[in-house]
Write a protein that binds this ligand. Structure first.
Ligand SMILES: NC(=O)CCC(=O)C(=O)O
Length: 263
């Protein structure tokens, strides 16, 4: 059965460079803390086990996502919560993907998505392989979508997910300064143009000269920001009411009015 409301906890964390053990311990603590307040779904940031330690990514990557799957599946089951496990460096057949995993309340793996668009400004295309399937997922019976960070810049992807029925779009990220304006504006645009909720989790902290600003947020289908984090580590809690997506879609029926005969 499809839920009408969804409580979400966003783990906006700093990530120790290349120190998977420290990051796993921190994520474990923060997930337990988030679940204690009561939530239906927990979202982590992009590459939360390794950060962008790309020159060592082949040795640091999680083999077939095994360690991540064990950790997240156990937490999801113990805490009775859905976990969209941000993304991790995931080694498969000698290549490393930037992959997210979804677990349901019983700890069962529900979906895997690998980032489609590799971000050249951070050398991703030199070290990582791109995914080949879109992130169409279901949370508590609710059709949703997921993408990873730079994927946000490609409006066709979120439109495709919306056309497939997604009412909520989840975005784990490591998006740094000086592009805060792009980060905020693009999320509002994706929410307005697709009349969907956009829920993001961006990391904080530094890696060398790169400063990650956080500003994880939840934008509603009308384009209003329901909540937005600052630039420190924190857990952001919110509840979304899915009826709003239907209300906005009825009020301005863009999915009926679009000219799919022309574009
Ligand atoms: N990790 C990323 O994909 C970063 C994307 C980004 O910073 C951008 O401006 O796009």
């Amino acid at each position: 059965m499809q839920v009408e409301k969804l409580r979400i906890a966003i783990i906006q964390m700093d990530i120790a460079f290349g120190d998977a053990r420290a990051n796993r311990e921190k994520a474990d603590r923060m997930i337990r803390q988030a679940a204690a307040t009561g939530t239906d779904l927990i979202l982590l940031p992009e590459l939360w086990t390794t950060a962008y330690d790309l020159t060592r990514i082949l040795e640091l990557a999680d083999n077939e996502g095994q360690e991540t799957k064990e950790q997240m599946s156990r937490l999801a089951k113990d805490l009775n919560v859905n976990i969209l496990a941000g993304s991790v460096a995931n080694k498969r057949e000698g290549r490393v993907y930037n992959t997210t995993f979804l677990f349901n309340r019983r700890g069962e793996p529900m979906f895997t998505y690998s980032k489609l668009h590799l971000f050249r400004l951070m050398d991703e295309e030199k070290y990582l392989a791109a995914g080949s399937e879109i992130g169409q997922i279901e949370v508590e019976g609710l059709p949703c979508g997921t993408m990873i960070c730079y994927d946000l810049r490609f409006p066709e992807l979120s439109r495709k997910l919306a056309l497939a029925g997604a009412k909520v779009l989840f975005i784990p990220a490591e998006w740094p300064h000086p592009r805060l304006h792009h980060w905020r504006t693009l999320q509002m645009a994706r929410a307005i143009e697709n009349q969907m909720f956009v829920v993001s989790c961006n990391r904080v902290g530094r890696a060398g000269d790169t400063e990650f600003f956080g500003h994880s947020m939840v934008v509603d289908p009308w384009g209003e920001i329901l909540c937005e984090a600052g630039e420190e580590e924190q857990i952001l809690h919110t509840e979304i009411d899915l009826k709003l997506a239907d209300t906005v879609r009825q009020r301005i029926p863009i999915f009926e009015d679009r000219r799919s005969d022309l574009y």
